[in-house]
Design a protein around this ligand. Structure first.
Ligand code: MN
Length: 156
């Protein structure tokens, strides 16, 4: 069985211009309207029934952001393109190319691209994973009370 559905992947994929890979479909990040996010694409680079993980490439357009969420499964992220910021738990951090970010179970997280620059990153994730949980109004209020977090959430 092919490791990737929908094409004749033989174990090799050529990189293409613009952070694309041969035979890999560029998808919307999530179903529209399922959770708040802005201007993100997703490419699944590796998935295989014999592997417990999946490797994806996400790209957030300038000024865009991922959903603020938490879940049981973990993420390991490597920045490949541009600059941005992230919130992980109670900490916000500036992100540069080749920085690594690990997100532990049940940790609130969000990624934001800087104003004039797309933010692209590899994200390794469990193949079998739980559905993300979104913050309640109470969760948001607690997060916003942490120094620096309200500014981050407001994109400032
Ligand atoms: Mn997540």
């Amino acid at each position: 069985m092919s490791a990737m559905s929908g094409d004749d992947f033989d174990g090799f994929r050529d990189a293409e211009a613009g952070f694309r890979w041969a035979g890999v479909e560029r998808l919307n990040y999530k179903e529209e309207g399922s959770a708040p996010f802005k201007a993100i694409s997703r490419q699944v680079l590796f998935t295989d029934p014999n592997l417990a993980g999946e490797l994806r490439y996400f790209e957030i357009e300038p000024g865009g952001f991922s959903t603020l969420e938490r879940h049981e499964h973990v993420h390991a992220v490597m920045i490949l393109r541009g600059r941005g910021t992230c919130l992980v738990g109670e900490k916000t951090r500036a992100l540069e190319i080749h920085d690594l970010v690990a997100i532990a179970p049940w940790t609130w997280h969000q990624f934001r691209a800087n104003a004039g620059e797309a933010l692209g990153f590899l994200c390794l994730v469990n193949a079998q994973r739980d559905r993300p949980q979104l913050p309640t109004a109470e969760d948001l209020a607690s997060l916003r009370a942490i120094p620096g977090v309200a500014e981050f959430l407001d994109g400032k």
